[in-house]
Ligand binder design. Structure first.
Ligand code: GCU
Length: 593
């Protein structure tokens, strides 16, 4: 059975071996795992002496004359998951190498393979088990895993991870961002146990243009010819795959699922099994496409009532990582009347996108190609592509994820355009079922009543993202938005992916007094008026849901290292502008398309 090219291509690309890493195991949360979260020993190592001093051996002096100049057991502790910056005042601004170590006991079993899975480590991670190097990973916001079946000891084991969040000009992101460079093992670390033959990954979705048909593939690891089965009990589906290539099976299943949408986030329990391996997933079935200047969900036009958010934890601060953190943030977005969230500017933790599936929020998923980057450097492009591949590998089964975003506010140049074209082509190779976008801030004003976005990047995109700060940055006041007529070079759906202004909660004054809630609310009113006049407007994600930490925001008594453009303070207090946008979204939700 020859299935459409779009599935096969996904399969091939998701299976490329990496730096000591092994292809990402899908759906870890539904597998047998042993958590390594908790308190780890840690050594701050600003001069990275740990490599030449072999910290990874976790050695102990054997005789009184032995010279060992480190001792994890007597070193300070850090909690995992969690960034180190918000765990100790002395580490708030620390950027550099940090060594993590912990012991764990493990019992080996027959016919079991074991992987060490790290949800994320910002930025560069080197990993050792029992003194043996497993490999390295670059990129602070995507998961990675290593097979450790042979390295594991039956009994006590010691894992050492060096994490270095030093910013790099050729990094992704590079060395300038408007968010806190939280370092560390920022997401869970666990051992994943699977059968010798197991389901490495799978994809299942409604066939494009065929609402009564589901297409799927299953990729098996260690079982080139073993059959696999997909069951959807609620739809009375039980289907055996058709072998295409060793380890790959394809499915075309006649069934008519209830379609997922923000108003009806219907998820089906799906069971994928092969031999003795069996995983259960929650899947929403839906189609997303662009037609002219409209975005269609399940074939019908939808307006994306959105909001941007950073992965900052409400109330306690630091990098968010728990379902509780995520649920608080997404519930606030729902209260706003949103049906869409832009997860800026990097892949947020997996629980965030899974909750968006459950709560009915469409998602803009982005990789941190942000501002100036080393676009000429092929290694930077490879790095960006690897992060794109990994976020797609992790989130490609989430109905909520509608758009892959390649970049944010990058300067126009031939090297940049080529870089992003290559990223767009790669994204489409990996996933033809979603929309490709990027956020540009390169609008021009031929005069004070007109604005135009002619960024050549638009050619490679399905949806145009525009960041504009009329009323905050630049010469225009909020009310100047009333006269502003927008034009777009490409006749494609437009999402205003950022606008906004800073206002600490509780700071009050006249509408034209900067940094007051009145100024921010006034800006929102004028923005909403202006945007509604854009014919191709398919959605918006104002900047931003909640105040977030940023090393660029130094204004004492107002910013105090927080970007205050949130509609909600980092302590959960709602500003006037929250209600301005909420009122607009609730009205918009009533509108018939
Ligand atoms: C930019 C950028 C954000 C930043 C925001 C701001 O547009 O994309 O990352 O935080 O503006 O200046 O507040």
């Amino acid at each position: 059975m020859k299935l459409s090219g779009r599935l096969i291509v996904i399969a091939i690309f998701l299976s490329v071996p990496l730096l000591g890493e092994t292809p990402l195991i899908a759906n870890v949360s539904a597998r047998k795992t042993i958590s390594l979260d908790g308190v780890w020993n840690s050594i701050i190592d600003p001069y990275e002496t740990g490599l030449s001093s072999h910290f990874y051996e976790n050695a102990k002096p054997k005789t009184k004359s032995d010279l060992i100049e480190y001792d994890f057991d007597r070193s300070p502790k850090l909690k995992v998951p969690g960034d180190w910056n918000s765990q100790r005042e002395s580490l708030l601004f620390y950027e550099g190498p940090m060594w993590y170590q912990r012991y764990f006991s493990y019992q080996k079993h027959e016919h079991t393979r074991t992987f060490l899975y790290l949800g994320a480590a910002n930025y560069l991670a080197r990993v050792w088990l029992n003194g043996k190097k497993l490999g390295e990973h670059v990129g602070g916001f995507t998961p990675f895993n290593f097979e450790v079946t042979d390295q594991l000891a039956d009994g006590e084991n010691s894992v050492v991870v060096e994490v270095d969040n030093t910013r790099r000009a050729d990094g992704v992101p590079s060395n300038h961002t408007d968010w806190w460079n939280y370092g560390g093992l920022t997401r869970s670390v666990e051992l994943v146990e699977v059968q010798e033959a197991f389901v490495q990954d799978f994809s299942i979705q409604v066939a494009k243009g065929k609402p009564d048909e589901i297409e799927a593939w299953v990729h098996l690891n260690g079982a080139p010819t073993m059959p696999s089965t997909i069951e959807i009990p609620e739809l009375h589906v039980k289907s055996v795959g058709e072998q295409d290539k060793p380890g790959w099976q394809f499915f075309r299943i006649k069934t008519k699922p209830e379609l997922w949408s923000p108003d009806n986030p219907k998820l089906y329990r799906v069971i994928i099994s092969t031999g003795s391996d069996r995983i259960t997933e929650e899947i929403g079935f839906r189609t997303i496409e662009a037609r002219g200047t409209q975005i269609l969900l399940n074939g019908k036009p939808i307006f994306l009532r959105g909001i941007c958010l950073h992965e900052d934890a409400p109330f306690r601060g630091g990098r968010a990582f728990s379902e509780e953190d995520d649920r608080t943030l997404l519930a606030w977005a729902k209260d706003l009347g949103a049906n869409f969230v832009r997860l800026a500017h990097y892949p947020h933790n997996e629980a965030m996108v899974r909750l968006a599936d459950q709560m009915g929020l469409l998602v803009w998923d982005e990789v941190p190609v942000y501002w100036e980057m080393n676009f000429e450097n092929p290694a930077t492009l490879e790095n960006a592509k690897a992060q794109l591949r990994d976020v797609i590998a992790r989130d490609h089964n989430r109905a909520a994820v509608a758009l892959w975003s390649l970049s944010n506010e990058t300067p126009i140049s031939p090297a940049r355009n080529a870089f992003l074209k290559s990223m767009a082509d790669y994204a489409r190779e990996l996933d033809k079922s979603r929309l490709i976008t990027s956020a540009s801030d390169k609008a021009e004003h031929p005069d004070d009543q007109h604005a135009a976005l002619n960024d050549p990047l638009g050619e490679y995109l399905d949806v145009i993202g525009l960041n504009e700060y009329i009323g905050w940055y630049g010469k225009y006041r909020p009310e100047d938005a009333d006269q502003m007529q927008w034009a777009f070079k490409y006749s494609k759906p437009v999402i205003i992916s950022e606008f906004g202004g800073d206002a600490p909660f509780g700071m009050h004054g006249d509408n034209d007094a900067r940094f007051t809630e009145e100024y921010q609310a006034n800006l929102y009113r004028h923005q909403i008026g202006m945007l509604q006049k854009i014919p191709a407007l398919a959605g918006m994600t104002p900047w931003i849901l909640m105040d977030f930490r940023s090393p660029r925001r130094t204004l004492v008594g107002i910013q105090d290292y927080y970007n205050r453009k949130g509609l909600i303070s980092d302590r959960g207090q709602r500003k006037q502008a929250f209600y301005v946008l909420q009122k607009f979204y609730l009205e918009k939700a009533q509108e018939k398309h």
